[in-house]
Design a protein around this ligand. Structure first.
Ligand code: PLP
Length: 386
């Protein structure tokens, strides 16, 4: 049976060239500790410097502004926690949006329990944050704004550059979670006006458990979570994950080489999926129709449980997701869809199809062919049918 992977926003397969690069640092004599003053350590240290240069160049940063972390969740936590506590003497107000990934939302909420005053901005029907709402929420006590570049569940691209401009004018630290956008649309820290920016390896054909936190030089931020050694210039203690860092650098190189052509190719497939699926009765697109990630298609199927849809598709060897992969397993519908004003019952019928490098036009045809009878069958069985 044909096997199709449509869950690239959940995670991506490790690119063979990335795996090869990582393997080099798992075997032989490339195991040195970059903090060790011996030839093995120095050799690896040089490679980490090269990897840092690659990461910096990809987002328009300086190498000294790049910190390697264990992934998007850690980068988000470090960014938010560090900025909040470093700026506590100036104020205690933090602004975020209702559709952030839990790595951001739950971190901000945790700070809310520790005496910070938090504003969680609403979004419109497309999951978009309004720049005017951000402007209206800013007070003299605001010390941090954290808004994602693109949403993982509905693919909507936020007006980050405009929010960055506001933050800069008001001298407020601005954090951007670019985990989903990086490698798909341009991510440049100056254009976005970011002080802090999070990236993750496993969304770009790199390994899991590695990521980047960009920290703009001069940002009022210091390390507040980990206490330990002086690695990453005192910004992230712990012996570096060398195979991960080397794999991430390779993945970034490949992403930069292929981004434009690949995004253009995927956009055609995405639009075919959207056209095909929204032609089915009572199926609609979620997220912004135009300002959306080039590989991202997400839908609501009326009178269908997303979980049942996933299982039926999986039996046809199509891997998709409903809402966020990180929240599936719990019965609560996605906080993103609820924030977009979608009623509780409808929000259960969500399906996310996110495309990647191995997907072809035939994969899209296959999905469109198998999904129609699945929808019919599930709707016939559904107690939700009206
Ligand atoms: N931020 C966003 C927008 C994400 O989509 C994810 C993962 O799905 C994360 C953060 C967390 O990244 P990681 O899995 O590397 O911890």
């Amino acid at each position: 049976m044909r096997s199709v992977y449509f869950d690239h926003s959940g995670t991506t397969p490790v690119h063979p060239a990335v795996a090869e690069e990582m393997y080099r640092y798992l075997i032989g004599d490339s195991f040195g500790n970059p903090s060790s003053v011996n030839h093995l350590g120095l050799q690896v240290r040089k490679k980490v410097t090269e990897a840092r240069d690659i990461a910096a160049q990809a987002i328009g940063a300086a190498p000294g502004e790049i910190v390697f972390t264990s992934g998007g969740t850690e980068s988000d936590n470090m960014a938010i926690h560090g900025a909040a506590y470093t700026n506590k003497s100036r104020g205690n107000h933090i602004i975020t949006s209702a559709v952030e990934h839990h790595a951001v939302l739950n971190t901000v909420k945790a700070l809310g329990k520790q005496g910070f005053n938090i504003t969680i901005l609403p979004v419109d029907q497309y999951g978009m944050v309004s720049v005017d709402d951000v402007a209206a929420a800013i007070t003299d006590r605001t010390i941090l704004i954290t808004i994602m570049h693109a949403n993982n569940e509905v693919g909507t691209i936020m007006p980050i550059a405009e929010i960055g401009k506001l933050a800069r004018e008001r001298k407020i630290v601005f954090h951007v979670d670019a985990v989903q956008s990086f490698g798909k649309i341009p991510v440049n820290v100056d254009e976005l006006g970011a002080n802090l920016l999070s990236l993750s390896g496993h969304k770009i054909y790199g390994p899991k458990g590695i990521g980047v936190l960009y920290i703009r030089k001069g940002t009022r931020w210091r390390q507040t979570l980990f206490h330990g050694g002086a690695q990453e210039r005192l910004r992230r203690a712990g012996t570096e994950n060398i195979p991960g860092i080397m794999g991430l650098a390779k993945a970034i190189e490949l992403a930069m080489e292929n981004r434009e052509a690949e995004s253009a190719r995927l956009m055609v497939l995405r639009d075919k999926l959207i056209k095909g699926l929204t032609s089915i009765e009572n199926v609609r697109l979620t997220g912004h129709p135009v300002k959306r990630l080039p590989n991202h298609a997400s839908f609501l199927f009326k009178c269908i449980e997303g979980e049942s849809m996933l299982i039926s598709l999986d039996m046809k060897r199509i891997a998709a997701s409903t809402g966020s992969a990180c929240t599936s397993g719990s019965l609560e519908p996605s906080h993103v869809l609820l924030a977009m004003g979608i009623p509780h019952a409808d929000a259960h019928g969500s399906l996310r199809l996110t495309l990647g490098k191995d997907n072809t036009d035939d994969d899209v045809d296959y999905l469109l062919e198998v999904i129609k009878p699945i929808v019919e069958k599930l709707r016939n069985m559904s107690p939700l049918e009206d």
